[in-house]
Design a protein around this ligand. Structure first.
Ligand code: HEM
Length: 183
């Protein structure tokens, strides 16, 4: 996983619970290198899982809840920290389609070793979107938080429900989204 996600995770912990809490978390993960995370580097996926589990113990939340909270926090930071080309989009539905068609394509081009997830889409109605999330990392709860961050950013409420999940043995994770307004 790219360093930018680790940098944002550190900000998430420090801004919400303080520097000392982040240091305590790192003490619980002695196998993780002690030098500061940097955006262009790539770190093992399991480091993120280990930090998250350490955070759950410390903050008394489940991994699903912690991932969702982190995803909501992470969306605006990814938007600020990753220089993808500006797009003239004012509604979350076309924006979410552009995550696969534009944003994650740019991420692959500009960051060595980046492997963001793939999405496929269905448009059952003008104000609805079905997103199929494909990733070996199985971070569908992070995805939920990112969706909440997108809704907040565009000020358009999104109701979502997950109709399939790889954690339950389905082939991929499927999210059914209902937007408060059509684009
Ligand atoms: C400006 C917007 C966005 C930027 C710049 C961005 C960029 C990135 C980057 C750099 C990564 C790390 C890839 C890696 O380490 O290999 C990532 C991962 C990810 N992105 Fe995006 N992203 C954006 C929006 C979104 C949105 C809106 C969603 C879904 C609603 C999404 C879903 C994910 C997920 C779930 C991952 C975790 C990796 C995985 O599941 O395999 N991203 N993104």
């Amino acid at each position: 996983m790219k360093g930018v996600v680790f940098v944002i995770f550190e900000d998430f912990v420090v801004e919400n619970w303080g520097e000392e809490t982040f240091e305590d978390l790192m003490d619980l993960c002695p196998h993780i290198a002690s030098e500061p995370f940097v955006s262009p580097k790539t770190y093992p996926d399991n480091w993120m899982v280990d930090m998250l589990l350490a955070a759950c113990g410390k903050l008394n939340v489940t991994p699903d809840v912690a991932l969702r909270m982190f995803g909501k926090f992470a969306f605006s930071r990814l938007n600020q920290r990753v220089p993808v080309p500006a797009q003239d989009i004012s509604h979350p539905l076309p924006f979410l389609i552009s995550v696969h068609d534009v944003i994650h394509i740019e991420v692959r081009k500009m960051m060595d070793e980046a492997s963001p997830p793939n999405f496929t889409y269905e448009r059952p109605a003008p104000d609805q979107l079905i997103m199929h999330y494909h990733s070996k990392r199985q971070l569908c709860h992070l995805m939920e938080g990112l969706l909440e961050g997108v809704a907040e950013h565009f000020q358009v409420p999104i109701e979502y429900k997950q109709t399939s999940c790889t954690h339950r043995g389905d082939q991929n994770c499927v999210f059914w989204l209902q937007f408060a307004t059509a684009p």
